[in-house]
Design a binder for this molecule. Structure first.
Ligand SMILES: C[S@@+](CC[C@H](N)C(=O)[O-])C[C@H]1O[C@@H](n2cnc3c(N)ncnc32)[C@H](O)[C@@H]1O
Length: 389
């Protein structure tokens, strides 16, 4: 059931984007596949909203939002409900569960970056958390709370960025040390009707089980993800541009004299959609581009034009590159980028013929993306969104 009782502001602040039933269905498919005797377990959703994840009798739901819990109770399903901040005084006794109870945690915890919440009308107490689950992101706090509760299994939705961005992964601390991802389905944030359709990000429906070795970042880089429509990918299948050039301001390492251009700080592919590439005036957010690294930054500038051909599931990845063909095409990328950025013109090698540059670049992206290439919509000006017009 879609969430109906909150204002837009509270929906954002509490992360109350409720989960469509078909996605809850995927959670239960994963659980029944991985835990054949799952009827013996207590199903617990510590951020249960209207209780959409609480199927069966032996279920417990909790939420900070009392009106949501009221609706959940009226809908039936869960045996026990708690109105509480589930990130404070976290323990099994909070749910009347003993240390021998077998628990599967399900749900879709809120995924707010607490530094960017809409601050007005927000009760401080609602966002207090036990010190050992503290994180900038509420969702990461929830994952840490599942470890504190010593869940036997965890099957939840969360942004894929928690796993694939190294800093996020490290902040999963005790959770990643004690749990291992053993099955999953990737979906697009577009599956949630209330969220933005223009920039979709990947969400993982993740099945975790307790494991004494937990998981390390390499495990995630090598993990074979699969989307709900059968696309398979792993994070290490492409090389990140960060291996070759800096993505961050480098004033300490590169002098003003060495700089031939300035480039905006790079984050992930979704951020690149919104931010500038080359900029005229240096500021604290810019990178000093040298003659040696210029072709790489031109590559990123062109890459930005191709983002509409990159599927949503790479939205939180770094800009990537196929290095061998790139080395052959450096001049072509520079030439294409200089069409828009006139200041780069002096660096174009004039001994080469660039007549077919657009076709060559098109082919480069098609080859690199292979089965992941998203077809653009044909318009009178060529393929929409790829700059090939
Ligand atoms: C993404 S919604 C999920 C609701 C439901 N599980 C679903 O998917 O339909 C997140 C829920 O977390 C709740 N929530 C946010 N912070 C909380 C906290 N500290 N303790 C308990 N619940 C919280 C919100 O009220 C909201 O109902």
């Amino acid at each position: 059931m879609e969430q109906q009782h909150l204002t837009h502001k509270d929906t954002v602040n509490y992360g109350s984007f409720y989960t469509p039933e078909r996605l809850v269905g995927i959670v239960y498919e994963l659980i029944t596949k991985k835990v054949p005797d799952f009827a013996k377990y207590t199903i617990l959703d510590t951020s249960c909203g209207y209780g959409g994840f609480l199927r069966g009798e032996n279920t417990i739901g909790a939420d900070i939002d009392k009106n949501a819990v009221k609706t959940a109770m009226a809908n039936g399903g869960a045996k026990t409900y708690f109105i509480q901040n589930s990130l404070l005084h976290i323990s099994r006794t909070q749910y009347n569960l003993g240390k021998d109870s077998k628990i599967i945690i399900v749900g879709n915890p809120p995924y707010n970056d607490t530094t960017s919440m809409i601050r007005n009308n927000i009760k401080r107490a609602d966002f207090e958390r036990d010190a050992d689950v503290f994180s900038r992101d509420l969702g990461i706090s929830f994952l840490l709370s599942y470890d504190k509760l010593q869940a036997d299994y965890v099957c939840i939705l969360h942004p894929l960025s928690y796993l694939i961005k190294k800093a996020n992964f490290e902040s999963l601390g005790a959770f990643r040390k004690n749990y291992k991802l053993t099955d999953s389905v990737i979906i697009s944030s577009a599956e949630f009707s209330a969220t933005s359709k223009s920039t979709c990000f990947p969400i993982i429906i993740a099945f975790y089980e307790k494991n004494i070795f937990g998981m390390d970042y390499n495990y995630i880089l090598n993990y074979k993800f699969e989307t709900n429509d059968g696309k398979k990918f792993s994070m290490n299948q492409f090389e990140s541009i960060g291996k070759y050039i800096t993505k961050y301001p480098n004033q300490k390492n590169v002098s003003r004299e060495e700089a031939v251009a300035f480039f905006y700080t790079m984050r992930d592919i979704n951020a690149l959609k919104r931010t500038a590439t080359f900029i005229d005036v240096e500021n604290y957010n810019t990178i000093r581009v040298t003659k040696e690294t210029l072709a790489f930054y031109c590559y990123v500038d062109i890459f930005k034009k191709y983002i509409s051909h990159i599927p949503y599931y790479f939205g939180n990845s770094d800009c990537f590159i196929n290095i061998e063909p790139f080395y052959d095409l450096q001049g072509t990328f520079l030439f294409e980028s200089a069409r828009k950025h006139q200041k780069l013109k002096p660096y174009i090698s004039d001994t080469k013929n660039y007549n077919d540059s657009r076709i060559i670049i098109n082919n480069y992206f098609r080859d690199m993306l292979g089965e992941h290439y998203v077809q653009g919509r044909q318009t009178r000006r060529g393929i929409e969104g790829n700059g090939a017009g």
